[in-house]
Write a protein that binds this ligand. Structure first.
Ligand SMILES: C[S@@+](CC[C@H](N)C(=O)[O-])C[C@H]1O[C@@H](n2cnc3c(N)ncnc32)[C@H](O)[C@@H]1O
Length: 260
């Protein structure tokens, strides 16, 4: 209930800020736990080590960023919808694309947790994952958003085409996830030893891939992902066949059993 009150007051401040064409300060962004933040905080707890450095690619209003329990939070977005003004000193906001951020990042910088939620295109997200793997601690965790399209239409990489086709077919929902799921397929096909699991249940409705244990050799940089283009239904059966899709309890069990 308290969370709901905080969320409503955040929405109210946000509407006011948009009306005045101002950006909210980061301190005014509610720490109401988004679904993504709830998953990330639960994984941080499961890891049983404090999260010193958290990196989020694609931060938008900063709602997940503000709710994550980490000592230092790094946000990367070419067009964040809040201002970096913050009294806490724990925020480092980079107004740039993920590619240019990683290009300039100190080679020795390591993160405990990275959340990939920027440009929802398979090749870009794959590049974000490859770059993240050079900067994640061996026992760190990477989460990728939106990897479970609900059908072939929602997996269309072109959002407007996907929505137009949905309307033409008389579907009333606006489900669109894009083709980020192909990144998961690539990992499953080419890196069967890397720990990956797609969590999807009543609490975490938006399918997200969780990847952990980074002693594995880095992913191949220059792929065109052409071998990772199964239709959505075959993708879901591939995940099920490899036991890589399920609820939070299943993910938590696998994580604890296989942790390095
Ligand atoms: C779905 S929103 C992120 C939501 C946020 N992670 C949250 O949980 O509240 C996607 C964001 O990615 C940003 N974005 C788009 N292209 C990007 C890129 N190349 N690098 C980083 N961020 C990008 C957009 O500006 C947008 O704010």
């Amino acid at each position: 209930m308290i969370d709901l009150i905080r969320f409503n007051s955040f929405s109210h401040s946000l509407r006011n800020a948009i009306r005045k064409k101002e950006l909210l300060d980061f301190d005014s962004v509610s720490s109401y736990e988004t679904e993504a933040a709830s998953l990330i905080n639960s994984l941080i707890n499961l890891r049983e080590r404090k999260c010193e450095d958290y990196l989020e690619i694609g931060v938008e209003f900063g709602r997940t960023l503000a709710a994550v329990k980490a000592e230092k939070i790094w946000g990367v977005d070419p067009a964040p919808l809040f201002s970096a003004k913050s009294s806490s000193g724990r925020l480092c906001l980079m107004k740039t694309t993920s590619d240019s951020f990683f290009e300039k990042l100190e080679p020795g910088q390591r993160f405990d947790f990275i959340f990939l939620d920027g440009l929802h295109q398979a090749l870009q997200t794959y590049r974000d994952l490859v770059n993240s793997m050079s900067h994640i601690k061996a026992d760190g965790i990477i989460v990728i958003d939106d990897v479970l399209p609900v059908d072939d239409l929602s997996a269309d990489p072109n959002m407007w085409r996907s929505i137009r086709k949905r309307r033409m077919l008389g579907k009333t929902d606006m489900a669109w996830h894009g083709d980020v799921y192909r990144v998961v397929l690539e990992v499953v096909k080419k890196h069967p030893n890397l720990n990956i699991f797609v969590v999807n249940d009543e609490k975490y409705r938006n399918g997200r891939a969780v990847i952990w244990n980074f002693s594995e050799t880095p992913l191949e940089k220059n792929t065109d992902l052409s071998s990772a283009s199964l239709p959505q239904s075959d993708y879901v059966s591939t995940l099920k066949r490899h036991d890589l899709l399920g609820n939070w309890e299943k993910l938590a069990g696998k994580f604890v059993d296989s942790r390095i």
